[in-house]
Write a protein that binds this ligand. Structure first.
Ligand code: NAP
Length: 279
């Protein structure tokens, strides 16, 4: 049940009621005190592929994962598997192309947990086509999901991060946004836009203990790349110095570091994780 997944997950013992409360708990006290040890991480596009691997990795590293994507059933299965492994997670189904709903979701998470520590903007889509044939709709849709959604979440999460004097933002870019790629004018523009957005956020919020970085994957084995014809894959492989396509776990490992407490002196960077493809 999706509704069940909305509840705050608490895996540490409940605290004592505050002094002078007559032994009663206020919901607010409980929420704030149970969150002390566990950083809250929002991951968009969590239902599959790279986002799912990031969610599983962050949960394994002790984060409470707020998993966002459109498919409630897939999010519920992710949350169930994280909990079965002893982790903590909740599902928040949302279309990130709906800016109003997305902004409200971020505010609801901040209210429920009293904090947002980590934000990973991973949700992404492609609508490929050569520029001469690309429709306005396909351009706008790709920018809305890949770029505008990240602007909305960063703006909404920044307030909670500033209150906590801590924040780790990672936006998923792509080597397409750094090199350009025929057939991906919309996608490359969105991913290049994420670099400018991220560097600006890093400069605006750095003084508040908030870092912002881009992780830019190369060719990673997920649904997004599964439809590429075999001959395209064969042509690409020799161009990758490490001679293999990446896995979602390769990306998750870098995101885990970039969102860790230890990564506090790294900001405004583009971390390219592509087996050497773009070098
Ligand atoms: P994927 O397997 O196609 O998964 C995309 C994820 O985004 C899914 O969880 C999907 O969930 C979610 N999503 C898509 N549209 C959404 C929307 N409107 N609202 C909410 N969630 C939405 O893609 P992936 O390969 O894991 O890619 C993840 C990120 O890495 C993307 O930003 C992509 O651009 C980037 N990237 C991937 C590669 C690669 O080779 N795979 C390379 C460079 C960059 P629902 O369908 O359930 O909504």
């Amino acid at each position: 049940m999706v509704a069940e997944s909305f509840g705050l997950v608490c895996t540490i013992p409940p605290p004592r009621p505050p002094a002078g409360s007559g032994g009663r708990f206020l919901d607010r006290d409980f929420r704030r005190s149970t969150a002390i040890d566990r950083r809250v991480a929002i991951v968009t596009g969590a239902s599959r592929g790279i986002g799912r691997a990031i969610s599983e990795r962050l949960a394994r590293d002790g984060r409470h994962v707020v998993a966002v994507s459109r498919s409630a059933a897939e999010l519920d299965s992710l949350v169930a598997s994280i909990r079965a492994a002893g982790g903590s997670a909740e599902a928040r189904p949302c279309d990130v192309g709906d800016g109003k709903a997305l902004g409200e979701l971020i505010e609801a998470v901040a209210e429920a947990h009293g904090r947002i520590d980590i934000l990973v903007n991973n949700a992404g889509i492609t609508r490929d086509g050569l520029i001469l044939r690309m429709s306005d709709e396909d351009f706008d849709l790709v920018l809305s999901v890949n770029l505008r959604a990240a602007f909305v979440t960063c703006r909404a999460a920044a307030r909670a991060m500033m209150r906590g004097k801590f924040g780790r933002i990672v936006n998923l870019g792509s080597v397409s946004g750094l090199m350009g790629n025929p057939g991906q004018a919309n996608y490359s523009a969105a991913k290049a836009g994420l670099v400018g957005l991220t560097k600006t956020i890093a400069k605006e919020l750095g003084g508040k203990g908030i870092t912002a970085n881009v992780v830019a994957p190369g060719f990673i084995e997920t649904d997004m790349t599964a439809t590429l014809p075999p001959q395209v894959r064969e042509q690409m492989l020799p161009q990758i110095p490490l001679r293999r396509f990446g896995t979602p776990e390769d990306i998750a490992a870098v995101v885990a570091f970039a969102t860790s407490d230890e990564a506090g002196y790294m900001t405004a960077q583009v971390l390219v994780v592509d087996g050497g493809l773009a070098a």
